[in-house]
Design a protein. Structure first.
Ligand SMILES: [Mg+2]
Length: 176
């Protein structure tokens, strides 16, 4: 049960997921959550830092797809200026969007990584779909109302995971 909430890595931010680290693992594509993973849930557009990170991945031939439970307008507003493919209303933690994302990216489970800030949606969904998932600290501590209940449940699960040794890592993305 708890295994389904375990990320392959837990890092301070998405920017720790570097092209170099991904290439070492043979990863060709990134699926990423939007709200509180790339930008604050109440910010509309990418920051310069987010744009630089996305471009650095793309220069390394690593494709990026945004997968969010938020609505079409929110996700399109962020993705369209960047020319990024996306899946809105993804219904994470159901695995459908993960399967669809891999199909659109033309990759297998071994060639993709999911990045997200929530155990209940990003981590659980990716694990259900057999996709390795990197958990990041949320960009800001506040959340949209719909997320608050998830955060409460998450804090309980997180306590247990931390007792079992889960820690935010600096530096290397994966230990193994
Ligand atoms: Mg999020």
């Amino acid at each position: 049960m708890l295994k389904r909430f375990e990320p392959v890595a837990y890092v301070p931010s998405a920017f720790c997921v570097t092209p170099e680290a991904l290439q070492k693992k043979g990863i060709r594509a990134v699926m990423t959550d939007l709200d509180n993973t790339l930008i604050e849930w109440n910010r509309a557009h990418a920051t310069d830092e987010v744009i630089d990170w996305i471009r650095s991945l793309q220069r390394a031939n690593i494709d990026v797809l945004v997968m969010s439970n938020n609505n079409e307008e929110r996700v399109r507003t962020f993705c369209e200026p960047l020319g990024l493919p996306y899946i809105a209303r993804a219904n994470k933690p159901l695995k459908g969007a993960f399967v669809e994302g891999m199909r659109r990216l033309g990759v297998t489970r071994d060639e993709v990584v999911m990045i997200g800030d929530q155990l209940m949606t990003d981590v659980l969904g990716a694990n259900r779909a057999g996709v390795p998932v990197v958990l990041v600290l949320p960009v800001v501590q506040s959340d949209a109302k719909a997320t608050k209940f998830n955060r409460f449940v998450e804090s309980k699960i997180m306590n247990t995971l931390q007792k079992r040794g889960l820690r935010v890592q600096e530096g290397e993305l994966w230990n193994n």
